[in-house]
Design a protein around this ligand. Structure first.
Ligand code: DGJ
Length: 333
C-alpha cells in the first residue's frame, strides 16, 4: 500500500505507536514518516501540535561554501496533532514554501528553519516565528506568521533582523505571565540574544539582551523549573553533532550562567548524535520534561531522525540519558 497524501514515505501496515523509539522511523497515523524537523511543540485545548521543517527531496551541497552547506528544498512548515505525543495526525502544511518567486522569503531555495508557535490570548491569534535565510545563511533573519487556528494555514507577515541584529537558530518562549521572548543566535552565531516580543507577539521590543557572549551556541531550547530558567544549546558545527550544554538564570532577562552537558552516558559528548530543538514540560513541578532533538543526516536531510528523550531534574541539574524505548508513564514515575 502506498498512501500519497502526506510528506513522507508510507509504511505497509498501520500500527499504533506504544513507546518513543529515538532514532527510529516515526510514522504518523496514516502510515507516513513524520516530516517535522527542527520542530517545536505547542499544547492548546487538550491537544499537542508539532510544527517542523518539511525536508523532502534530494540533498545537495551548495557549491563554493567554505563549510558543509548541505541543503534540501525547503518545503515550508508542517503541522501534526496528537493527544498522547506518540501517535500523530498529519494536519497539513501550516506554512507553505513559495515555489517560483525567488524574491519571496519563503522561496523553496531559501532556508526555512526551526518554526515555533505560541498563542496570543489578547489577539486570539496563533503566532509562528521561524528562521528565514538565504541559502548561504547570509540574510540571517526571523520571519513571523499568524493564524486563527493552531493547524493553520498561517499567513506570512514579514521577516526582520531583531533590532538590526543577525538572527539564525531560534526558539520562542512564552512565560507564565504571558510575555513571550525570542531566543536567537546572533552576531555570526557567536552570541545568543533574548528579545522580549511586543504584546501581540508580532514584533520585537528594544528589550534585547546579549547572553552566552562569544560562546558560539545555537539550537536553543528553553524550559522553566522551580522558578529558574534553563537553556539547552548546541555548539556550532553545521549539521554535525557536538556537545550540548545548559545555562541557568533566575530571571529571563537576568544573568545566565553556562553550565555543563546535560547528557549522560555513551555518546553524551555528541548529544547522542543529535541537536536540541525543544523541551516540553510533562510534569514540570516534578522536574519531568521531554528533550527533543534532531539527528541530522547531512547527505540525506529528508532521512533526519527525531531523538526524543526523558529529561529529569536531579538536584536542580537537568539529566538526559539514552534509552532505546520509553513511555510517558515511565517518565512520570
Ligand atoms: C545548525 C543549525 O542548528 C541547523 O538548524 C541548520 O541551520 C544547520 N546548522 C545548517 O548547517
Amino acid at each position: 500500500m502506498m498512501l500519497c497524501l502526506n510528506t513522507g514515505y508510507a509504511q505497509t501496515s498501520l500500527t499504533k505507536n506504544t513507546s518513543f523509539k529515538p532514532g527510529e522511523n516515526w510514522y504518523d497515523e496514516s502510515g507516513h514518516i513524520i516530516n517535522a524537523h527542527g520542530g517545536g511543540l505547542f499544547f492548546y485545548n487538550g491537544t499537542y501540535y508539532w510544527y517542523g521543517e518539511i525536508k523532502k527531496g534530494k540533498t545537495s551541497r551548495v557549491p563554493d561554501a567554505s563549510w558543509e552547506n548541505y541543503r534540501v528544498v525547503a518545503g515550508g512548515v508542517s503541522c501534526y496533532s496528537s493527544k498522547d505525543l506518540l501517535n500523530w495526525k498529519y494536519e497539513g502544511v501550516a506554512l507553505p514554501a513559495e515555489k517560483t518567486d525567488s524574491a519571496n522569503d519563503l522561496y523553496q531555495g531559501n532556508v526555512i528553519e526551526r518554526p515555533k508557535v505560541i498563542y496570543n490570548a489578547r489577539t486570539k491569534k496563533f503566532v509562528m516565528w521561524l528562521h528565514i535565510d538565504s541559502k548561504d545563511y547570509a540574510a540571517a533573519k526571523s520571519g513571523v506568521a499568524v493564524s486563527d487556528k493552531p493547524q493553520g494555514p498561517f499567513t506570512y507577515l514579514h521577516s526582520e533582523r531583531p533590532n538590526g541584529n543577525m538572527a539564525r537558530d531560534m526558539t520562542i518562549y512564552q512565560d507564565d505571565d504571558g510575555r513571550a521572548y525570542h531566543f536567537y543566535s546572533s552576531e555570526e552565531n557567536a552570541t545568543m540574544h533574548i528579545c522580549l516580543l511586543s504584546d501581540d507577539y508580532l514584533s520585537h521590543t528594544t528589550n534585547d539582551k546579549r547572553i552566552l557572549i562569544n560562546l558560539s551556541r545555537e539550537a536553543p531550547a528553553i524550559f522553566k523549573y522551580n522558578n529558574r530558567y534553563y537553556l539547552i544549546t548546541s555548539g556550532c558545527t553545521g549539521w554535525a553533532p557536538n556537545e550540548a550544554s545548559y545555562a541557568v538564570a533566575d530571571s529571563i532577562m537576568g544573568d545566565w550562567t553556562q553550565n555543563g552537558n546535560p547528557c549522560k552516558g555513551a555518546d553524551a559528548n555528541k548529544t547522542f548524535y543529535a541537536q536540541s530543538t525543544y523541551v516540553l514540560p510533562v510534569d514540570a513541578a516534578k522536574g519531568k520534561f521531554i528533550f527533543m532533538a534532531d539527528r541530522w543526516h547531512k547527505t540525506n536531510l529528508e532521512d533526519s531522525r527525531y531523538i526524543w528523550l526523558p529529561l529529569t531534574m536531579n538536584n536542580n541539574v537537568p539529566e538526559i540519558s539514552w534509552t532505546d524505548s520509553w513511555t510517558i508513564d515511565e517518565l512520570k514515575k
